[in-house]
Design a protein around this ligand. Sequence first.
Ligand code: NAD
Ligand code: IPM
Ligand code: MN
Length: 368
Amino acid sequence: MTTPSLLILPGDGIGPEVMAEVRRIIDWFGARRGLTFDITEDLVGGAAYDAHGVPLADATMARAQQADAVLLGAVGGPQYDTLDFSLKPERGLLRLRKEMDLFANLRPAQCFDALADFSSLKRDVVAGLDIMIVRELTSGVYFGQPRGIVEEGGQRVGINTQRYTEAEIDRVARAAFELARKRNGKVCSMEKANVMESGILWRDVVQAVHDADYPDIDLSHMYADAGGMQLCRWPKQFDVILTDNLFGDLLSDVAAMLTGSLGMLPSASLGAPMENGRPKAMYEPVHGSAPDIAGQGKANPCACVLSFAMALRYSFDQGAEASRLEKAVEKVLAEGVRTVDLMQSEGESPTSTQGMGDAILAALDASL
Ligand code: NAD
Ligand code: IPM
Ligand code: MN
């Protein structure tokens, strides 16, 4: 078998800091589990803009298309805020998602027991939580035309268009139903069919896919605003949440706080199967480049580490090794190792990004 290829794009801010820990963990899997990858590292976001004048070079895009999986840190930063819209770091990330056609963004929100008291919600509400948000990632208002800022009646008008085709809804709905079959068999689809035609179509297509091919799944529909409220009221009522690009962006940040910190949430962005049967895929933490703590060695690398675990599971058929890594993270948290985002009181002393990496490596050693 040829060595699987992995394109690593650390990006900006805390991206390179958390990715450095993931690199050490990847090396561990090479040395101790015989799992080796053909790794290429490249630039994305502000780092790519600084080097090439664009947030994603064509050569990097081509590498991403060829790779068995892409692992991305984070993009963005205040120094790029005044750039032309087309050059902003975020455009690099959006181009990767769009051109690789990564339509299904899996954002699991799992509350590790050791962090249940750390959530801003009561322990009862979050303890044992394990939900999966499936966010449509390549369409909707993020990409719909027309868009822009135009001059109209002597003033500027900002325009974005929410647009979904039946085929786009159909394929992401199938991804959610397939996942639900491997979990607890429940899907709650969220839109705003009460005020948006795209929401009416969304509900209609999701229901039709369900009735035709997934009647065994317990499907419900909810307006996305009520969904946000229910996520905070009693999140354990959900198993898989299926939603569009923008609502999924918002709801997954809400879900982050159920788990204790944005620094804990991984994600997998999956496309259609490639020739080898595996999906085209990019793995990235849900968090951003965290400019407020960048360069200080404070960032929590767990979200990026857990994103690599998702890569082991979904791209490299290494479910058991993925679980080994997830359990190592769980063990470290149970032992009380905490980065600054996981601190409950002023008195505690946080560990560094590297300290968290060391602890996870030690837990991996102990797992053998
Ligand atoms: P952010 O996720 O970067 O940060 C929000 C808050 O969470 C900050 O206080 C930050 O310190 C904290 N935080 C985030 N990740 C953390 C971690 N791993 N460890 C400890 N604390 C962490 O969101 P933002 O501040 O709204 O955005 C900053 C920049 O990141 C913007 O340019 C934005 O566009 C970009 N962004 C990129 C991605 C991505 O690359 N996937 C995602 C979201 C935001
Ligand atoms: C995310 C981010 C991105 C999004 C930005 C950085 C383009 O917020 O991945 O959640 O809005 O999708
Ligand atoms: Mn987001």
